[in-house]
Design a protein around this ligand. Sequence first.
Ligand SMILES: [Zn+2]
Length: 545
Amino acid sequence: MSDLIFYNGRIITMEEKPAEAEAVAVTGDRITAVGRTNDLINLQENRTTMVDLKGRALLPGFNDSHMHLIGYALTAEKVDLRHCSGVDEIVEAVRNFVRENRVEAGQWVFGWGWDQGLFSDPRLPTREDLDQAAPDHPVAIIRTCLHVLSANTEALKKAGIDRAAVPMEGGNIAVDARGVPTGVLEENAMSLVTGLQPPLDKEKLKSLIKSASAAFLAAGLTSVQTDDLASVGGELAPVLIDAYRELEAAGELPLRVNLQAFLPEPEQLRSFLGRGHRTGQGGDYFKIGPLKLLTDGSIGGRTALVSAPYEDSPDTYGVSVLARGEVEELVGLAAEHDMQCAVHAIGDAAVKMVLEVYQETARRHPRTDPRYRVIHASMAGPRILDRFENQEVIADIQPSFIPSDYILVDRHLGPKRAAWTYRWRDFIDRGIRLAGGSDCPVENYEPLEGIHAAVTRQDRNGNPPGGWNPAQCLELGEALYIYTMGSAYCTFEENEKGSIAEGKLADLVALSDDITAIDPPRIADLKVDLSVVGGKIVYRREPQT
Ligand SMILES: [Zn+2]
């Protein structure tokens, strides 16, 4: 009665008491047997597809607990500035993009991924720089952290940002000594420009979902938890949800999607709830997830909200994107309607504020199993760790932040607070639940890169030697757990997926080698050979060995 049998493998079940496992049998969309090759091979019938793993690892499919699927698909259509080592390279890249794509004058050009931390002259690109690249096009380029934007003169003109522009709450319009905008916009001020992008319709959204899904499956992701409304705008929620539901109904959604509903305006949240949406609703492939909010920025952009000033900028405490009262109102509204909450907080002041709001909300609206989440939870002093532990709040972490960030963390926060940052060993030792994600497109979406970073705390070139704060390294099993069971727990689906066990969904990934037998620095070099969702092989690497 088996449709699919994997045998001769190293089966990493992620079960608490793993049985000796070399083979897995699948019937329909479920796992029906886990055991020894000799036993399971007898389940073979005429119609059974047999997959010889030849000693390679088979794991539960990876589940990214926080990313931006549509944001990723859109970046693929933007100027990629991730590898620029200076403002002159940014100018060159924008100029080439306009020429190669024959972008007509007056059409928007968006770029993404620059990081002045990598520049020999670490200044921000300005209006004048981008005017050199494309004076006749409105140009807007977003920093790698997604919290700082540089626009050219044409873009500022279209956004109505001039000398008379007033500072805005939760954002900043940078001006020079004469009071003229430099083109640099921070946090909420970015929306003046990003809000002018051409609107997305349902068909466009569907094609973006399909192209991103194909990329994710090739990386072994069988489930993703995605905040798309931050990319498309809350007013598009009905269109986006329709797009996913129609793809699911047509059998064209190849992986499982949990939507983190970014609704930072109480009115938007009320109408979302009014349309009947609640956490956990949906089919096997598309589900409504938690309310998602954003309270601060990033460490790299020095916009993470910190309780003591930045080490290298004594007047800077970061940016508060939502005031505490607003967070209280939104989280309270969600709790009243039995919606889970997952709030972005990076700086210690933001993390503390969110945990306090969770505690007060839990007191006012008690629920048996709310599974409150803090997305990132990057800085955590001793009292913050206590709160996570006592309040049983989940931390949604991004191990890939380490290789990108560690130099800036040391520089911006100084040694004491750097030691509090990304301290995941301490989280696990206290029994705090972690879930693994990429925050893609902020970081590469490949879970193997994140697992590599969690285990080695190094970049792929082995830097820094010995790893950054190596006492916080995770064991391989722990790192795999957070990307599978840890993420499944976040969406209340730990009994449906996240491990290889009889009765669970057959969401599986086969790697090119036995991940437990290779040197940790080689983890990120492993390839994904097969991805299986609901018992269907949805990705196969070519050529197969
Ligand atoms: Zn994010």
